[in-house]
Every structure is written in structure tokens, then in C-alpha cells.
Design a protein around this ligand. Structure first.
Ligand code: CP3
Length: 377
């Protein structure tokens, strides 16, 4: 199993070009995480223990998070390596989940490229201006990301991986469409109308925008993988607002480009969106076209996993506990989790997760109980 991920001899050995594969000390290469339940499930195996982690497992549901975040702005916290690492480790210690997810945000690479962005508490990412016209976008895409700007990310990942041992760290990035939806609108929106208008009103500007965001996310993913992340997840949270035709022609090529930045490393990948039942096969195709051989598709709570498995034959799935049920009485939640796990058996590999992120008011002891339940099944 190990040689699957052993670094292929890169050109570095011949002295000319930097190796494009992972280092021999990477957790997937040195064996620390290569047989972890998460990694095995993403390869289509059925490990003895069904892996489970939660989107937004690090965050406001944890009192220890609220404590260490006090007085520190969200994006500032993301760029302080010791703090970001501590926050990443908190839910692993508390819940015994099968993966850590790197504490950061999809807009961090925008910030590192010099874009004026903030995360407003309770709202989400807010830009210094909407980027809507050809001129706005031309100014934006002329910005480049200095590789050194990603050093705090690499440092936080390295600190975290050193503590995690056999638990894989999942790196992540925002998909080009979801990032563009924030950039074009300037702030969170319901239907992402401005972004969907731009892709038709000025396709060239749109392509320039999503190509730029793809490379930014690609660099962010690559920094995490090189520093020790054992898998990556591409979050296209708002892709569900798109028709299949728009997704396929105007968005999928950019998402493929983003994931293409890490394909040569051999890390497994997960592609997630919400409201995407009509897009699931197309989202899977993105992973395949990008060359992410070992992969899963994330399914939100709207589509039962056995139905998703029928749409994606042979493909490992991730999901899809309804976050709303975390607040329901335990017997209701327990029956739902059992149902999710049972339906997930129809897929060729299953990583249990929520259908979207942990709501901030979730009782964290409930999450720990869900982990214990999944592991017992
Ligand atoms: O535990 C984890 O999941 C890891 C960290 C993580 C965060 N954001 C931390 C965060 C991840 C993977 C993200 C991704 C992200 N960020 C997405 C994709 C996933 C999704 O939820 O759909 C999106 C759309 C964003 C943009 C964003 N950032 C939103 C919508 C918000 C919520 C705003 C709010 O206050 O409700 C954020 C802020 C954010 N990112 C928080 C956290 C823990 C909350 C900030 C805080 O604690 O004050």
C-alpha cells in the first residue's frame, strides 16, 4: 500500500528541476497516514472503522475555540501558525474524529494575494468592493500570490501534522465559482445572481476571474499538501445555484485547474457542494479530469446516499448527516445517523460527515456521541 504514495523519482534527483511529488517524510509517504481509515475509504476500501469528521468541526461550537479566539480577528487567527494549529487540533482531541481539517478559510489566499477581504462575524466574507466589470477583474487578476506569503500556512500545517501522528490532516480550498461568487457580489448573497450574470454577460472576464481564483486555490492546496496534508477537499459550497450546462461549461474547467495543482502528489481528494444533486456526476468528472485518482464526492443532506450512489456508481461518497438534526433529541439523531451509515453501504467507500458545516450553537458533546456511534456500527 505504501508504494502507492512513495514519491516517484522526481527530476530533482537529476539536479535540474524541483521534484513535483511529495517528500519521503510526508505522512502518506512514510506510512503514518497511508492506512488511515479516511485515506482507505477515499481509495474505495472498507476499513474496519468507518471514518467520520465534520465540516466546521473547528469553530464556535467548541468553548476551547471561543476561548483561544478571544480578541483575535478570524483572518488574523488563520495566519498565526501556533494558533491555527491549536484550533485545528482541538476537535481531534475532543471528538476522536478520523481527520483534522486545517483551520483556515477559503478567502485566506485572496487576503494573501493582497485583496481587501474580511470575515464579518455571523455574515461571512466581505470584500473591499465588488469585482464586476472587466476593469475590476483586470485589476484583480493582475495581482500575484508571492509564494512566501503562504509560509504561515506551511508552518501551521507542519506544526499540526507533527502532533497528529496517524490521524490525517485534510487540506482544503474554495472552488473558483464559490470564491468568484463572493468577489463579484462583494459579500455573501442568496442566489449568486451577479456572478451568474457575469458568466453570461462577459464570458471572457468571467474566465479570467475563475482562472485566477483557480490558481490561487491551487497554490493554497499545494502549500498544504507539501507541508503534510494527507488529502484535500475542494469546497464549492454555492455550486448548487448553477444549472448543469453553466456548471459544465463555465465552472468545471476552472475547478479542474485548481485540483490539477496537486494531482501529481497522489493525494486523495474530495469535491463538495450543496444543493448539487443535479451536478454530482459532473463534480466527479472534475476529480477525474484533474487526475485526482483516489477521490470521493461530498453529498449534502438533501440527497440520500443510496440515491447518490446510484448516480455515482463505484464512487466513494462523503456525507450526509443533516446538521439540523444535531439539535434534535438523541434518539431522533441516532436513528438518522444509523440510516446515513446504512445507505452509505451502497457506495464504494464512505466517509461520514455532515451535509454542511456544524452549526455554531451545536452542543459539542453531541458530536462526540455521533463519532462514538459511527465507530460502533
Ligand atoms: O473546521 C473546519 O471546517 C475548518 C475550517 C474552515 C473554516 N471555513 C473556518 C471558519 C473551513 C473548511 C472553511 C471553509 C469555508 N469558508 C467555506 C466552505 C464551507 C462552507 O461552509 O460552505 C465558506 C463558504 C467559507 C466562507 C465563510 N467563512 C463563511 C460563510 C463564514 C461564516 C460566517 C459566520 O460568522 O457565520 C466564515 C467564517 C468562518 N470560517 C468561521 C470559521 C470557524 C467562523 C468565524 C468565527 O469563529 O468567528
Amino acid at each position: 500500500m505504501l508504494q502507492l504514495y512513495a514519491p516517484r523519482p522526481g527530476k530533482a534527483e537529476s539536479g535540474s528541476v524541483k521534484s513535483t511529488t511529495i517528500a519521503p517524510t510526508h505522512p502518506l509517504a512514510d506510512g503514518r497516514t497511508s492506512a488511515a481509515p479516511l485515506v482507505r475509504a477515499l481509495r474505495g476500501d472498507r476499513p474496519g472503522r468507518t471514518p467520520v469528521w465534520f465540516m466546521r468541526q473547528a469553530g464556535r461550537s467548541l468553548p476551547e475555540y471561543r476561548q483561544v479566539r478571544q480578541g483575535t480577528d478570524m483572518l488574523e487567527a488563520c495566519l498565526r501558525p501556533e494558533l491555527a494549529s491549536e484550533i485545528t487540533l482541538q476537535p481531534v482531541r475532543r471528538h476522536g474524529v478520523d481527520a483534522a481539517v486545517f483551520f483556515s478559510d477559503i478567502v485566506v489566499p485572496l487576503k494573501l494575494a493582497g485583496v481587501g477581504v474580511d470575515i464579518a462575524p455571523g455574515v461571512g466574507p466581505v470584500m473591499d468592493q465588488p469585482y464586476r466589470t472587466a476593469d475590476d477583474v483586470a485589476g484583480l487578476v493582475s495581482r500575484t500570490l508571492d509564494p512566501a506569503a503562504l509560509d504561515p500556512i506551511r508552518e501551521a500545517v507542519a506544526l499540526t501534522v507533527a502532533e497528529l501522528g496517524p490521524t490525517p490532516l485534510l487540506g482544503f480550498g474554495g472552488a473558483p465559482f464559490t470564491l468568484a461568487a463572493y468577489l463579484v457580489e462583494g459579500r455573501p448573497s442568496r442566489d449568486h445572481l451577479a456572478a451568474r450574470t457575469l458568466m453570461h454577460a462577459d464570458p471572457e472576464t468571467w474566465d479570467a476571474l475563475v482562472t485566477w481564483t483557480a490558481d490561487l486555490t491551487g497554490a493554497f492546496l499545494r502549500a498544504q499538501v507539501e507541508a503534510g496534508a494527507s488529502a484535500v477537499q475542494l469546497f464549492d459550497s454555492w455550486a448548487g445555484s448553477l444549472s448543469l450546462a453553466d456548471y459544465t461549461s463555465r465552472v468545471a474547467p476552472a475547478s479542474t485547474r485548481a485540483l490539477g495543482h496537486v494531482a501529481d502528489t497522489g493525494v486523495p481528494g474530495i469535491h463538495f457542494g450543496t444543493g448539487t444533486e443535479h451536478l454530482l456526476p459532473a463534480m466527479r468528472s472534475v476529480l477525474v479530469s484533474a487526475g485526482i485518482t483516489d477521490h470521493a464526492v461530498g453529498v449534502d443532506y438533501r440527497t440520500p446516499l443510496d440515491e447518490a450512489a446510484a448516480l455515482l456508481p463505484g464512487v466513494p461518497l462523503q456525507g450526509n448527516i443533516d446538521p439540523a438534526l444535531l439539535g434534535a433529541p438523541w434518539d431522533v439523531l441516532e436513528a438518522h445517523v444509523r440510516d446515513v451509515v446504512a445507505r452509505g453501504r451502497k457506495a464504494n467507500g464512505h466517509v461520514v460527515n455532515l451535509g454542511h458545516g456544524v452549526p455554531p450553537d451545536t452542543d459539542p458533546t453531541v458530536l462526540t456521541r455521533v463519532v462514538e456511534l459511527v465507530h460502533s456500527l
